[in-house]
Design a protein around this ligand. Structure first.
Ligand SMILES: Nc1nc2c(ncn2[C@@H]2O[C@H](COP(=O)(O)OP(=O)(O)OP(=O)(O)O)[C@@H](O)[C@H]2O)c(=O)[nH]1
Ligand SMILES: [Mg+2]
Length: 377
């Protein structure tokens, strides 16, 4: 696929440019608003649109695959595409035999930052899945099969487990600014106000006064006991002072996954707290490399689950979900905005794969504005 990025004053202007320069066969892959000028200051807003054009400009005709086709290794597809062998494990070669729509989806996955090993694995499984469908594959349906393939690989942790009796201690860890404190407030509100459980807060983020005040403000609004802990040896006495509550939520300072010393300090604090669950908060807006570095760096604190934050700011989750491939870390919650307490949901695979890619090719035509995703102007 041929991919180009256009910038214009409005979405309409950008689409006109795309039509003029790439023709009617182009599809919108991604849109975002950008501010021009130094650091975005004093600059005007413009729209950046990335468009793709298939190498083969023909729109694939109806692709019909049956079990019988699979058994005979012959796939009935559009004329331009050579038959593919399902059993062919040599993916780089086999992928040229995939239906065009599936080849396009592979390009979109790579464009979204998914590494080619994971993209090939997903596409191969999707193809095998589609071929096995007795009903065949309608045009436009491959994206659904791809979503199902990715969804099958996602591990879901379920919500924090607060037993009827006994105290549950849960820590949230992660890099700076991903939404740890906001998520603690949302969780506290959910368990306190909706589930009517007793909740207490602890912060070990004593670096910045503002960080303590931020959590303190939530504790006061919800009338929750709160402790500020500076050193590992103060942790158990603080937990004892909180007494017999159902759930203790521990907020931590944002840590760079590359700072071994800071991660080690965090580890010492958590060792003292002995949390029942440690949730690693990751922003869904992060790149693949960032997510991988975070997953690697924070593995030292042994997270039991991951929380994906800022889903509302992310147009595609493919590279985030790809980074979880092969890791034994289930996803517990997804946060979808700044509003406390509303913008949090327990994670489910179907919702996560709903935003797998910013948009997918709709029979080679530029989609309507309403299909451009959340970042559309
Ligand atoms: N759009 C969006 N913003 C969020 C979400 N969750 C948190 N935020 C915002 O992200 C910013 C940082 O949130 P915090 O909760 O302070 O993040 P943190 O991880 O505690 O940050 P540090 O303590 O500095 O490491 C705030 O402006 C939040 O309102 C979310 O789900 N979506
Ligand atoms: Mg914080």
């Amino acid at each position: 696929m041929h991919i180009r990025t256009f910038r214009a004053a409005s979405l309409q202007d950008a689409l006109e440019d795309i039509r003029r320069q790439m023709g009617d066969g182009a599809s919108v892959l991604y849109t975002r608003q950008v501010r021009e000028g130094w650091m975005g200051w004093l600059g005007k807003t413009s729209v950046e649109v990335t468009a793709g054009l298939r190498d083969d400009h023909d729109v694939p005709r109806h692709v019909h695959l049956t079990n019988q086709d699979a058994q005979s290794d012959q796939v009935a597809q559009s004329d331009q595409v050579a038959p593919a062998a399902v059993a062919n494990r040599d993916v780089p070669q086999a992928r040229h035999g995939y239906p065009l729509e599936l080849q396009d989806l592979r390009s979109l996955l790579l464009f979204a930052g998914v590494d080619d090993i994971v993209a090939d694995r997903w596409i191969e499984s999707t193809y095998a899945f589609g071929v096995a469908m007795a009903s065949g594959v309608e045009p436009g349906q491959w994206i659904d099969y791809l979503r199902q393939t990715v969804a099958r690989g996602i591990r879901i942790a379920g919500p924090i487990h607060v037993p009827p009796r006994g105290r549950r201690v849960v820590a949230l860890v992660g890099p700076t600014g991903v939404g740890k404190t906001t998520t603690i407030a949302k969780l506290a509100a959910g368990f306190r106000l909706e589930a009517k459980r007793s909740v207490a807060l602890v912060t070990i983020d004593t670096f910045r006064i503002a960080a303590v005040q931020q959590l303190q403000a939530y504790a006061e609004i919800m009338d929750l006991p709160m402790e500020v802990v500076q050193n590992p040896e103060d942790m158990q006495p603080a937990l004892e002072r909180l007494g017999d509550v159902d759930l203790v939520l521990i907020d931590t300072a944002g840590r760079s996954p590359r700072s071994d010393t800071r991660i080690e300090q965090l580890r010492a604090m958590l060792r003292a707290a002995q949390p029942d669950e440690t949730h690693l908060v990751l922003s869904a807006t992060s790149s693949r490399d960032t997510i991988q570095n975070i997953l690697d760096g924070f593995s030292a604190v042994r997270p039991t689950a991951a929380i994906l934050s800022k889903l509302d700011e992310s147009t595609q989750l493919a590279c985030v979900l790809a980074a979880f491939e092969g890791r034994n870390l289930p996803i517990s919650y997804m946060t979808t905005g700044q509003q406390v307490p509303d913008d949090i949901e327990t994670a489910d695979a179907e919702s996560l794969v709903g935003d797998l890619l910013a948009t997918h090719l709709t029979s080679g035509r530029i989609p309507q504005v309403s299909m451009l995703g959340r970042n559309a102007a």
